[in-house]
Design a protein around this ligand. Structure first.
Ligand SMILES: *[C@@H]1O[C@H](CO)[C@@H](O)[C@H](O)[C@H]1NC(C)=O
Ligand SMILES: *[C@@H]1O[C@H](CO)[C@@H](O)[C@H](O)[C@H]1NC(C)=O
Ligand SMILES: *[C@@H]1O[C@H](CO)[C@@H](O)[C@H](O)[C@H]1NC(C)=O
Ligand SMILES: *[C@@H]1O[C@H](CO)[C@@H](O)[C@H](O)[C@H]1NC(C)=O
Ligand SMILES: *[C@@H]1O[C@H](CO)[C@@H](O)[C@H](O)[C@H]1NC(C)=O
Length: 319
């Protein structure tokens, strides 16, 4: 499958989100490793640390912005299965995505108190609504896919025509409930796993305060077609009323989604893994969480990202 021949990425300065930021860190991690190993550096033009990640890219602008060792790697790309399995094992020391992707029903009862992951002094009470939506078992239980796509919502895919290409993956992860219907041609429609920060409800769906925005939201969730909606509900205080509103709406309208809420240890585990690779991040972005988790159940991970941000983020990410 040649990504290059089908779709083209247009770089745009306009919009970017946390979903893409994590992907940039991956390149820094990769670079760090490459630097420490000259022998490997020699192999970087064909098979490298990014064997698990292929890029959906084509424009010359895009190529110019790639780290030197990635330029000219678009053709003849092969996955190094040994390396994939090494990375997977390495990450498994820190987290098991199958377990940490979501809390499950048996972890809590209604009325239990949860300490927010990034603000331990504040607490949340598990409501009946939340509890009733918790999955019985991990949504990734025994899952294994040949190809996965992690699709950001940076706008980099607009006018790309990449939709079909993205939809052809065995598992498509989408970030932050980005709009789909209007851009199907460029971003595709297939959704297997969609993340949504609680803040999206305020920012994009007016807090679900009137019928118009509620309907808009319901239409978006219908596109999930019974796939996973992943809400990081236990990170920091502030989004709880939005999460509750979403949960109530899902129950009331019997919307076709399967809920997941990341475990309380996921963020720390992912951070721990990247720290050992000299990537110091206070709080992993959605994109980085998705990539790291996907190594557990995907043989190949294809990423979309906006590389213009690289320079902006490098100093913090690379140290
Ligand atoms: C995309 O890349 C392929 C292979 O490198 C090239 O033949 C094609 O012309 C490119 N398409 C565009 C639109 O740049
Ligand atoms: C695949 O990766 C492993 C581990 O880094 C490396 O030892 C091996 O040489 C690689 N295989 C190829 C064909 O490059
Ligand atoms: C959680 O429940 C306890 C006891 O029912 C109550 O005192 C507390 O205020 C609640 N906390 C929140 C954040 O709602
Ligand atoms: C509903 O809320 C949205 C977002 O706050 C606002 O833009 C829109 O005008 C409201 N519509 C109605 C009918 O009140
Ligand atoms: C919805 O999911 C079903 C079952 O996975 C699939 O066969 C169907 O193609 C999906 N429909 C859309 C519009 O994605």
């Amino acid at each position: 499958m040649q990504m290059g021949s089908v779709c083209e990425l247009r770089l745009t300065r306009k919009r970017w989100t946390i979903c893409t930021i994590g992907l940039l860190l991956i390149f820094y991690k990769t670079k760090e490793r490459a630097r420490t190993n000259e022998h490997q550096e020699a192999q970087l033009t064909s098979e490298n640390e990014l064997s698990t990640s292929r890029l959906l890219a084509n424009s010359s602008d895009f190529r110019k912005n790639l780290p030197a060792y990635l330029q000219g790697t678009q053709e003849g790309w092969k996955v190094n299965a040994t390396l994939v399995s090494l990375i997977r094992k390495d990450i498994l020391h820190f987290l098991d995505a199958e377990r940490d992707v979501s809390v499950i029903k048996s972890s809590f009862k209604p009325g239990d108190t949860i300490h927010y992951v990034l603000d331990r002094r504040r607490t949340l009470n598990v409501s009946h609504t939340l509890h009733s939506l918790l999955p019985e078992v991990s949504p990734l239980k025994n899952k294994r896919f040949k190809t996965c796509a992690v699709v950001g919502n940076s706008g980099v895919l607009l006018k790309s025509g990449c939709g079909k290409e993205i939809d052809s993956h065995d598992f498509v992860i989408r970030c932050n409930l980005a709009p789909l219907a209007e851009y199907a041609e460029d971003v595709g429609l297939r959704s297997d796993f969609t993340t949504m920060n609680p803040s999206v409800i305020q920012r994009v769906y007016g807090g679900l305060l009137n019928d118009t925005v509620r309907e808009h939201f319901v239409q978006r969730l219908r596109l999930l077609n019974d796939s996973v909606l992943w809400i990081p509900a236990f990170m920091v205080k502030g989004g709880e009323k939005h999460v509750e509103g979403v949960n109530e709406l899902i129950l009331k309208r019997k919307l076709p989604v399967r809920m997941a809420y990341p475990s309380l240890r996921l963020v720390h585990a992912v951070r721990g893994y990247w720290l050992t690779n000299k990537v110091n991040i206070k709080r992993p972005s959605t994109g980085l969480l998705m990539y790291t988790m996907a190594t557990r159940f995907c043989d190949e991970i294809h990423l979309t990202a906006e590389f213009r941000l690289r320079s902006r983020l490098a100093p913090a990410g690379a140290r």
